[in-house]
Design a protein around this ligand. Structure first.
Ligand code: ADP
Ligand code: MG
Length: 157
């Protein structure tokens, strides 16, 4: 398994990394974000959106579950499946997003683990003792994202 860990000392740094990741994404890519409330999942998604050329303000889709942004290089499907904590993920038709012309980003993906495709990029967000520092761990599931992690690790030493 190819993995990469990075320490980010500000929300701006997390946004910058999101932008960098966006440059490497293609249609049909699935990125899943796990970590506690306030860990930085939506902040990272804001960077990702900017990197795709989306300038609409990204709002957490906690109550809508899915928000779509069509103005960028690729469509962005931003999902927050926290409300599916007790199941229901199989009724959403998530495969149609995962297998689409756009990039799917899923917050709280642990709640829809059974619905995930073979290839996805997983990013785990952890808080630290410092309020503004987060540890992000990147993991490639399947072959497709190994290359992306290798490219990113060049940027991050
Ligand atoms: P989540 O979506 O995981 O619940 P958010 O991105 O909505 O988390 O919130 C993260 C909060 O933590 C924001 O208020 C953000 O400004 C703050 N923060 C502080 N440092 C960082 C960092 N290094 N990376 C991401 N967010 C940070
Ligand atoms: Mg969030």
């Amino acid at each position: 398994m190819i993995e990469m860990k990075v320490e980010l000392t500000s929300s701006e740094a997390t946004i910058e990394l999101g932008k960098l990741v966006a440059k490497q994404l293609n249609a049909g890519d699935v990125v899943v974000l796990d970590g506690d409330l306030g860990a930085g999942k939506t902040t990272f998604t804001k960077g990702l959106a900017l990197g795709l050329g989306i300038h609409t303000v990204i709002k957490s889709p906690t109550f809508t579950i899915i928000r779509e942004y069509q103005e960028g290089r690729l469509p962005l499907y931003h999902m927050d499946v926290y409300r599916l904590e007790n199941g229901g993920g199989s009724d959403l038709g998530l495969e149609e997003y995962f297998d689409s012309d756009g990039v799917s980003v899923v917050e709280w993906a642990q709640f829809i683990a059974d619905e995930l495709p073979v290839d996805y990029l997983a990013i785990k967000f952890e808080r630290t003792d410092n309020d503004d520092t987060r540890i992000l761990s990147f993991e490639a599931h399947g072959e497709h994202f190994k290359h992306l992690i290798l490219e990113l690790s060049k940027h991050n030493g």
